[in-house]
Design a protein around this ligand. Structure first.
Ligand code: ADP
Ligand code: MG
Length: 653
């Protein structure tokens, strides 16, 4: 049985309306170990025949058997395996991958065959050394002469064993010296047991071969047969179809590394184009991450300063509402209400407040101020930031201490600039108090939480009632809630309960939680708008990446053809382009992240109120999104690349 056997093979090409028959009925058997030259004028169908023999192309009619197996029964995967394991291509124009050095080029078939990296490198080095290229391992094709490039391409064809070497005009682009050297090489390989089939119109080549097949216009016009030599004794009757290597992790890692390096190279090699391509991804990532960080920072700073105390509370004030003239005469808000309210399951505490206007004196200075008798954390509960010292504590309240926190406004009236107020004594009316804290000076305003306290002093409400006011009722109560209770529900329950105990509604309830909610809603809407912008720019970025990848597929059809010729499966090709798309997107994402970090740094310099925090979650989300975009938008180009006809791809010069 012949190693390669063609029966009645026809190959027609459809170009527009016309159909060209490149092969018009070929019957040909080639035994293992032969050295065959196929000669004939240009355009007579030699390359077409060679591509068929190498399973890069299929006949339009007739049958082609490799080792007795009909190739028409094999699927793309099996054909790729056949190419990979048994055929080695050598092309007239060498067809090396220009981005890779000699060693990497030789390794490519090994990658697709799943050879472990170490073995691959050793074998490629050995092959190149054997072909006299030991000094040129890390040279790129552009740094090599034609003869050297052709030797690299021979080494590549031998990488996976190559029972059959198929060479299409291998000496066509070489000077006569290099051409001769190549022939000697092919002869040697043939003597070592490789079947060699050379397409040529070089008579030197034909004279070296054992058998010459003359071609004309798609048919064989002369076949010398196996004239000079007998078939090698140990020649293979049937190519042992080597067990397919499972898609191993090693192969995947090798392909991934190669695709990733290639992708990085093309990104860096085309900086301008890559930057423009990635612009959408960069803007999208940068804006999402920055906005997330800034709003997080803003929330955190507000929560930190005014605390959950304000956020989760409702306030009860005496009188039916703001501006109730009779409010001043209502005396029903008392310690009893605190007890009643504390019994509600969602109430975590109640801080009373009693306010009065009074003279505040320090040495010879005498200022009109407002005194607020408050509970623990009374300053923060009034949504005022503390600047120095401390807030009122539980002990202050329980022990009715004569301690006071003064507002910054008051401080500036009572003290000289630079004078230390903490620890000093002031008089409220006639009662002495020690200053334990000063509120923060605030610039700007806006949200409710930015009140600087005016000219206010905060003192323990116990002290206020007994020493200053001489009464037992409050102006208002801050009711602190658990975080899981809906504010509206809490408001309703508090109202109902107090109405029952008071017998009438002589109070009004303010819902702080709903204000906090409002703030949350504003930031939420803000985030959503920015999210939308980000989504749009990510989409545009994805389209940009897809566009560039489609261009890349068009630009690199030849590369794809070469890869298929050395045994890449369609899935390998698709994966490579997918990895490139993902790499583009992820690199864009990294740039976007850096930009976001820079922006956040800028924000933190511009204002000390917000400390933007880029969370790990947002970084991971950004990477996830970018990879997903790469996969989604890289899919179409990858599929297009995988479906390219290798023959057409190789024909591109
Ligand atoms: P040779 O290698 O002997 O010079 P080819 O095998 O390349 O010739 O081409 C044989 C004929 O088939 C030519 O007429 C060529 O134009 C045609 N041909 C080859 N490949 C294609 C193709 N992919 N599409 C259309 N026509 C083709
Ligand atoms: Mg040709």
């Amino acid at each position: 049985m012949a190693l390669l056997e063609l029966r009645g093979v026809v190959r027609q090409f459809q170009t527009g309306d016309a159909s060209i028959a490149a092969l018009r009925g070929i019957d040909l058997s080639i035994e293992a170990g032969e050295f065959v030259a196929i000669v004939g004028p240009s355009g007579c169908g030699k390359s077409t025949l060679l591509n068929l023999l190498g399973c890069l192309d299929r006949p339009s009619a007739g049958s082609y058997k490799v080792g007795g197996r009909d190739t028409s029964t094999l699927d793309a995967e099996a054909l790729a395996a056949l190419r990979r394991e048994h055929f080695g291509f050598v092309f007239q124009r060498y067809h090396l991958l220009p981005q890779l050095d000699a060693l990497d080029n030789v390794e490519v078939p090994g990658i697709y065959a799943g050879l472990p990296a170490k073995e691959r490198k050793e074998r490629a080095t050995a092959l190149l050394t054997r072909l006299g290229m030991a000094q040129r391992l890390s040279h790129r094709p552009s740094q090599l002469s034609g003869g050297q490039q052709q030797r690299v391409s021979v080494a590549r064809s031998l990488m996976n064993g190559a029972d059959v070497i198929l060479a299409d005009e291998p000496t066509g682009a070489l000077d006569s010296e290099s051409g001769k050297a190549l022939l000697v090489l092919l002869r040697e390989l043939n003597q070592q047991g490789h079947t060699v089939i050379v397409v040529t119109h070089d008579h030197n080549v034909a004279s070296v071969a054992d058998r010459t097949i003359e071609f004309h216009d798609g048919i064989i016009v002369k076949d010398t047969g196996r004239l000079q030599r007998e078939a090698g004794e140990g020649a293979l009757e049937e190519p042992p179809l080597r067990p397919q290597r499972a898609p191993s992790l090693g192969r995947f890692a090798g392909e991934f590394r190669e695709a990733f390096t290639l992708a990085l190279k093309s990104v860096l090699g085309n900086r301008m184009r890559s930057a423009l391509t990635m612009l959408g991804v960069i803007i999208g990532t940068a804006s999402v991450v920055t906005i997330m960080a800034v709003t997080q920072g803003a929330r955190a700073s507000i929560e930190k300063s005014v605390g959950k105390l304000v956020a989760n509370s409702v306030d009860v004030w005496r009188g039916k509402g703001w501006g109730d003239d009779l409010a001043g005469s209502i005396t029903t808000l008392t310690a009893r209400d605190i007890q009643t309210l504390t019994q509600l399951p969602f109430v975590t505490g109640v801080s009373p407040q009693a306010t009065t206007d009074m003279r505040v004196r320090h040495r010879h200075k005498d200022v009109k101020g407002q005194a607020i008798g408050a509970g623990a954390n009374g300053v923060v509960i009034n949504s005022v930031l503390l600047g120095a010292g401390r807030d009122l504590t539980r002990d202050d309240i329980v022990e009715s201490r004569q301690v006071v926190v003064i507002s910054d406004g008051l401080r500036s009236k009572l003290f000289e600039e630079g004078e230390e107020p903490l620890g000093q004594q002031i008089l409220l009316g006639e009662v002495p108090f020690v200053i334990v804290g000063v509120s923060a000076k605030l610039t700007g305003g806006g949200i409710r939480f930015n009140w600087d306290g005016g000219e206010t002093v905060w003192i323990p409400y116990t002290t206020a009632l007994t020493r200053i006011l001489g009464r037992d009722y409050f102006d208002g109560l801050h009711v602190h809630l658990t975080s899981d209770v809906p504010p509206a529900v809490a408001e309703k329950r508090v109202t109902e309960l107090l109405e029952r105990t008071h017998g009438k509604k002589d109070f009004n309830v303010q819902n702080n939680a709903s204000q906090w909610q409002e703030f949350s809603n504003v930031t939420l809407v803000f985030s959503m708008v920015m999210g939308l912008i980000a989504a749009i720019s990510l989409f545009v970025g994805g389209v940009g990446v897809m566009n560039i990848m489609l261009v890349a597929v068009a630009e690199r059809t030849q590369e794809i053809g070469i890869r298929v010729a050395v045994g890449a499966r369609p899935a390998d090709i698709a994966r490579q382009f997918l990895i490139e798309a993902v790499t583009l997107c992820v690199v864009g994402g990294v740039i976007g992240l850096s930009l976001a970090a820079l922006l956040c740094f800028g924000v933190s310099l511009a204002t000390d109120k917000i400390q933007p925090a880029i969370s790990l979650a947002s970084v991971l989300a950004a990477f996830g999104t970018c990879s997903a975009i790469g996969v989604i938008f890289g899919w179409l180009p990858a599929r297009r690349a995988a479906r390219l006809d290798p023959v057409v791809a190789l024909a591109r010069e």
